[in-house]
Design a protein around this ligand. Structure first.
Ligand code: SF4
Length: 276
């Protein structure tokens, strides 16, 4: 006699980036318009995530999730020793040669990066595997890409233990629709999420940061200086956080002076693990 094994239940988790699309998805889950058991926010570090994203997470996302019985969890990267590691720590570690973020080379193009894989994809992957996801029973992972950013929806990063889905695309929602959904739920719209020093920032984002949070802007400039001090010692070309081949403090004017924008979107983050 043959026995039929029950099909393993599939874990459904949403990669929560802390921005507009992820928050829109959280509201949709509360309204039962999308079906996810758990929302996972891989925090690249309290010293690395944009402070506005973390403030919003604690002040609005967590209480909202609690009110609606949604399991929203913050995860961190852990080293083999069990200690947590932040992206800022890795970048600034004395003597480090590691350059894990997509810094801009002299031609303005972003270099390869490890940050998204190490601080987002693997962190969430480890949690999924610890909760039963395998290559034969992959977890369904929702990514918050909206219709207006459909070019970012690629499954190149798909790992064996996961099956990527794009619920906002399935519902035909744009970023502006997510904003409306968030407001209609009585919540403020979150700021754009990403590391505060991310080289994928558009020039307007740098300009806003310099105007509204000059201290944070100075920290990004200091990071760029540190990376280039090391590069000089190693006899390597400088790298930058913008695509203009000059230090951030010189490229982004102080005050309200507007810079000419040539924002063609080139170099945008090509996945939905960050900035969603
Ligand atoms: S936001 Fe930018 S710097 Fe931060 S993990 Fe993503 S790609 Fe890397």
């Amino acid at each position: 006699m043959t026995t039929t094994m029950p099909a393993p239940s599939t874990l459904r988790a949403f990669s929560f980036g802390g921005g507009v699309q992820s928050m829109g998805a959280l509201v949709l889950a509360a309204q039962r318009r999308i079906d996810f058991d758990v929302f996972l926010f891989s925090n690249v570090g309290d010293d690395s995530e944009h402070p506005g994203t973390l403030t919003y997470y604690h002040q609005h996302a967590v209480p909202f999730a609690q009110r609606h019985g949604i399991d929203l969890r913050m995860l961190w990267r852990r080293k083999r020793t069990g200690e947590t590691e932040t992206l800022w720590q890795r970048l600034t570690k004395p003597g480090s040669r590691s350059l894990p973020i997509p810094v801009r080379m002299s031609n303005g193009a972003p270099g390869t990066r490890q940050c998204t894989a190490d601080f987002k994809i693997r962190v969430i992957g480890a949690w999924l595997k610890a909760h039963g996801a395998t290559a034969t029973n992959p977890a369904t992972v929702g990514i918050g890409i909206s219709v207006d950013e459909i070019h970012r929806a690629n499954k190149r990063r798909c790992e064996p233990h996961e099956r990527i889905v794009y619920p906002l695309l399935e519902l035909g929602l744009r970023r502006v629709d997510c904003m409306r959904i968030i407001r209609e739920a009585g919540l403020p719209v979150p700021p754009k999420s990403s590391c505060f020093f991310c080289p994928f920032h558009r020039e307007t984002a740098w300009q806003d940061m310099r105007r509204t949070d000059p201290e944070l802007f100075d920290r990004a400039c200091a990071l760029e200086d540190l990376l280039n001090t090391r590069r000089t010692e190693l006899g390597k070309d400088p790298v930058y956080l913008t695509r203009f081949g000059k230090p951030l403090s010189r490229v982004i004017p102080d005050g309200d002076q507007l810079i000419p924008l040539f924002e063609d979107g080139a170099g945008d983050c090509d996945s939905g693990w960050c900035a969603t």
